[in-house]
Design a protein around this ligand. Structure first.
Ligand code: SAH
Length: 264
């Protein structure tokens, strides 16, 4: 399935191996070397056949084990040596996955490179909550945002553009930035009682859900999360968690005041 000297950027999904695509599994089994992230689930790595060389290039926030240039160079070097290379990334490779750097490095070296999509964290989080990320007439826009911080500062976000009551925001890498997200969106006009859900370890053992509201998000991010990867979902779509339709979702949005902790 993979030719010698070819590279595939493969989405490993949110962690549960059952959420891997069939294509991803086939690629994993036909690789000669796999470079994987820290966020690739243990259950997915367990599917890697013993003869395939598995190299961790794991990155977790603040603890970069290999910088991006080194990863690019490793992939290119392996492909030029005639290996069948899989670069296995958490979720979908094209969503906050530094795929463009790796694609460019391959193109520059004349290496054939392809992408196999994966289930992104926000989709897995919504599935875990049993909720839709979009609501007809109420949440018409879905925005994927990363709010990671550099030295305590959120990297420039346009709060006015994000503070749309008809949007659902899916915030990746947003735990540390929760206070700025809450303050920024409220200052830009989003209602303080806008429903928020935090989903940690989506699709994995230990998945947890925490419902709160925008003004209480900083407290929730500080106290409710245990240290696993978490996605923050903001917007009226998150009020519908009791399985009601769009109309009652809006009603609940107005009254979603009490943070509730749910295990899976
Ligand atoms: N390409 C990945 C995102 C990589 S950025 C994707 O499409 O999902 C890493 C961030 O993704 C984490 O900081 C967290 O915000 C989110 N994330 C990844 N896996 C997750 C999981 N199982 N549960 C909750 N959030 C997750």
């Amino acid at each position: 399935m993979i030719a010698s000297g070819e590279v595939w950027l493969v989405g490993a999904g949110p962690g549960d191996p059952d959420l891997l695509t069939r294509k991803a599994e086939k690629l994993i089994c036909s690789a000669s070397v796999i470079f994987h992230d820290a966020l690739v689930g243990a259950g997915v790595l367990a599917l890697v056949p013993p003869h395939v060389r598995l190299v961790s290039v794991g990155k977790r926030s603040g603890r970069h084990s290999k910088d991006q240039k080194t990863i690019d160079a490793l992939i290119v070097e392996a492909a030029l040596a005639g290996e069948r290379v899989v670069r296995l990334k958490g979720g979908d490779p094209s969503i906050f996955g530094r795929a463009s750097e790796e694609l460019e490095a391959c193109h520059a070296a004349g290496i054939a490179v392809h992408i196999c999509p994966g289930v992104t964290a926000a989709s897995a989080a919504a599935a875990g909550l049993g909720l839709s990320l979009t609501l007809r007439g109420l949440a018409r826009r879905l925005t994927f945002v990363t709010a990671h911080t550099v030295k305590g500062q959120v990297v420039s976000l346009d709060w006015a553009a994000l503070a749309d009551p008809e949007a659902t925001l899916a915030i990746y890498m947003g735990k540390a930035a929760a206070p700025q997200v809450s303050a920024g969106l409220i200052a830009a006009g989003l209602a303080p009682d806008t429903p928020v859900a935090l989903v940690e370890n989506a699709s994995l053992d230990g998945e947890s859900h925490f419902f709160t509201r925008l003004d209480l998000l900083p407290l929730a991010a500080r106290t409710a999360l245990a240290g696993g990867p978490a996605v923050i979902l903001i917007g009226r779509a998150l009020a519908g968690r009791h399985g009601h339709g769009a109309k009652s979702a809006a009603t609940q949005a107005a009254g979603a005041t009490v943070p509730v902790l749910h295990g899976r």
